[in-house]
Ligand binder design. Sequence first.
Ligand SMILES: Cc1ncc(COP(=O)(O)O)c(C=O)c1O
Length: 303
Amino acid sequence: MKYESLVHAIGHTPLVAVNFGTPPRIYAKLEYLNPAGSIKDRSAAYMIAEAERTGKLRPGGTIIEASSGNQGIATAMIGAIKGYNVIITVSEKVSQEKQDTLAAYGARVVACKPTEKLDDPVGYYATAVRIHKETPNSFMIAQYFNPDNPRAHYYGLGPEVWNQTDGQLTHFFGAVGSCGTVSGAGKYLKERSSDVVVVGVDAENSYLHTKGNPKPYKLEGLGVDFDSPHLEKAPIDTFIGVSDEHAIAMLKTLARKHGFLVGGSSGAVAYAAYEYSKNLSSDDMIVMIFGDSGRAYLTKHYF
Ligand SMILES: Cc1ncc(COP(=O)(O)O)c(C=O)c1O
């Protein structure tokens, strides 16, 4: 493959078989092979392109985003390519590697106190909104509310997964954070076949999974911390909550027994898919999304 821009090299990621020793065929979609290292390259590229097309983002402008790291990293890469200033607010719990990566792409990083709810005024989301209001000629991506986030996956990830499996997949497992991935790709897959089961993998302690009584959790990249508008009318059949311990144990197995060095959301997705697959048959086919690489978490000592 040859591309004229790094932005065009986003997507087209491989689908690789994983043998968990359970009946169905199981494949991992290696989203960590995107140019800035995560599934978020897709949503950032799409949301920025739409903002340019509709005039919300203008030359010389500043892109602002609240991110658990990966959306910010993707935004910082695209900002570097297209010549925008980038300011990213993150929770302090975001790994040092991710914060350093943002800075390496030239973004300004604002680290905020970790909060359990997205609307907490000291948290990274409210801080990004404040900076956006104070910064002239700025555009806030707002992945949690921007309908172009699920659209990116409706037009990108969903068709790729469908075509790579020749329409044979029966179950789709993706982590839920902003919920763009499962709602967008899930919508596409359900339109192709209403029999496809879409599973959203959440943090066990999240706002959504605890029905509004969240507790702290270590994992980054997943966990629904508010009433997500992307879930309204989203075709998600079931949510599975995974604990930090189960996801981290699975991360080690994936690295040591299967050679996938992936991050916490992928560990949670793989744990949920593995447990679920015990009750499926050899006629079933699972696709799991591996959203980012374990290299971004080495200082967290998960491995
Ligand atoms: C590694 C990783 N996986 C999964 C997700 C969740 O995807 P979404 O925000 O589309 O729900 C994220 C979100 O930040 C992520 O960084």
